[in-house]
Design a protein around this ligand. Structure first.
Ligand code: TRP
Ligand code: ZN
Length: 512
């Protein structure tokens, strides 16, 4: 029996609306023809358009006897990540963790909607063993294919149909060297911590592991009663049952999977009341290693000042809570986990110098640039790191620790010869993305003037809040706000494979 359905490319089907990614031709095996031996399988229109350039979906409405099977959203840098054709709305995550052995059981209930007609559901999963899988209450066959777990449905689901998939997996957190090249969960002396950017979450539980599919989350984390478990959002409930305790955290704002925080250790919870910002009332909740409460003190005050500063500069703080999580994690590494960024106790050790100001400003600024507005593809990483780096320079200028001119000059002079363009850097988290991105922003500020520059940053967040965006979209908004053609500017400072000019442009306004 042939099934009459609409085939669409990822660009037309992607979950969160503003993501515009066209599958690469190498992803053609995504679309197969199980229902008709006679109709050749359609291939997505091959494209050489970089994913950073929004494209009009090609032939999205061709009617053929096919279903759409996807195991990728077509991210050019991480072609295995994500699944096109579904829109996850909510993750209900139940974890059972034994920090001593490193055993991590995850049962994830994923609710969402099909945005294509299909007979399978695929989620990213790299490593854990699958125990059980069901869809809408019925057990289904699950196969692990590469870095995906694929759930096979008995029949074809239509565009707009809802689904509830439940997958139980087990993994073991390796007790080895700490943070390696790969993201995920790591052991500390008495617990676990995680940095999941860009693809770490799928090393310990099944998710649609790409920022283009944001969702709300609940976490029920069961751990031995002598430790605490932390995740993003509001602490909803603590249930003690003998020698284990379940910690329930609820993240009601849409959140990309790479921003998930998971911590297990001996923690204290420090509430710092509320702060009135242009966005309204924001409540402040910090999490600090037991016994390090006093070391948190200087950062409580700096955080309040930075929230006020950035809320004014970047527009309304995007969430209704914020806090610092200070963990026994990798020194020198911090992570902008949504609403509750992660820092190492080795860095936030009670002292308050340039490093502490830098880290605190950087991770807070990511709440706007990265968390509220996330990169549509991982090539767009400078929209996170360049912006957060520029924000940290603005904070140094604000408190008189440096000036923006001096910081911008240092950033420009730090840039390597290789690793460009900024819009698709060789290294995800390298000097190009961080300092190169900040230098491009400073050059843009000089080109369009302060008023338009800060209006642009605010507009950027308003336009893309709770979604994702590309470098090309940033160029478009910059042109709109400034009323200028910025084609040459972006060619030089953002898209040049040889890196940017050696000098900043002359200032558009006399006083800079
Ligand atoms: N996004 C983090 C920050 O800038 C840094 C980060 C996340 C990172 N994952 C990483 C750095 C992996 C190196 C490797 O605050
Ligand atoms: Zn960063």
């Amino acid at each position: 029996m042939a099934i009459f359905t609409v085939v669409c490319v990822a660009a037309a089907c992607a979950g969160d609306g503003d993501a515009v990614i066209t599958p690469e031709s190498t992803l053609a095996p995504d679309i197969t023809s199980p229902t008709s031996a006679t109709t050749p399988a359609p291939t997505p229109a091959p494209t050489t358009t970089p994913a950073t350039t929004p494209t009009t979906p090609e032939t999205p409405t061709t009617e053929v006897d096919e279903v759409f099977r996807s195991t990728s959203v077509g991210d050019p840098r991480y072609p295995t990540l994500g699944t096109a054709g579904i829109d996850v709305e909510h993750y209900d995550v139940a974890l059972d963790i034994d920090p001593t052995s490193g055993r991590l059981d995850a049962t994830v209930r994923i609710s969402g909607t099909f945005t294509v007609a299909t007979d399978q559901l695929s989620f990213d999963l790299d490593g854990p063993t699958v125990r059980t899988a069901s869809v809408d209450g019925d057990e289904v066959d699950a196969t692990v294919e590469g870095r995906d777990v694929v759930l096979h449905l008995d029949d074809v689901r239509d565009v707009g149909d809802g689904f509830v998939a439940e997958i139980a997996v087990t993994s073991r957190v390796e007790d080895g060297p700490s943070f390696g090249p790969d993201a995920g969960v790591f052991v500390s002396d008495d617990g676990l911590w995680s940095v999941n950017e860009p693809d770490g979450v799928s090393t310990w539980m099944p998710v649609n592991d790409h920022p283009t599919d944001k969702a709300t989350w609940t976490f029920d984390i069961t751990v031995p009663t002598d430790v605490e478990a932390v995740a993003n959002g509001e602490l909803d409930d603590i249930t003690v049952s003998g020698d284990s305790t379940t910690w329930t955290w609820r993240q009601d704002d849409p959140m990309a999977s790479y921003l998930v925080l998971l911590l297990v250790d001996d923690y204290e919870f420090v509430d710092d009341g509320e702060i009135e910002l242009s966005s309204g009332t924001v409540s402040l909740h910090h999490v600090v290693l037991d016994g390090r409460r006093d070391d948190l003190e200087p950062y409580i005050d700096v955080t309040r000042r930075q929230l006020e500063f950035f809320d004014e500069l970047f527009g309304p703080y995007p969430f209704d809570r914020y806090g610092l999580a200070i963990a026994d994690s990798q020194p020198g590494l911090a992570m902008e986990t949504q609403g509750l960024p992660l820092f190492s106790v080795a860095d936030l050790d009670g002292s308050l110098g340039p490093l502490q100001h830098l880290l605190l400003a950087h991770e807070l600024a990511h709440q706007w640039f990265g968390d509220a507005v996330s990169p549509a593809t991982w090539d767009d990483i400078w929209l996170n790191e360049g912006f957060a780096t520029y924000a940290q320079m603005l904070w140094f200028d604000e408190i008189g620790m440096s000036t923006i001119e001096r910081e911008a000059e240092l950033a420009l002079r730090s840039l390597p010869d290789d690793g460009w363009p900024l819009s698709a850097p060789t290294e995800l988290f390298g000097t190009v993305s961080y300092n190169g991105g900040a230098a491009a922003l400073h050059a843009l500020r000089l080109t369009i003037g302060d008023d338009d520059f800060f209006a642009l940053l605010r507009r950027w967040v308003v336009d893309h809040d709770e979604g994702t965006a590309t470098t090309a979209e940033f160029e478009r908004v910059a042109e709109e706000v400034s009323g200028r053609d910025l084609g040459d500017f972006f060619d030089e400072w953002v898209d040049s494979p040889d890196g940017p000019p050696d000098e900043y442009p002359a200032s558009a306004t006399e006083d800079g």
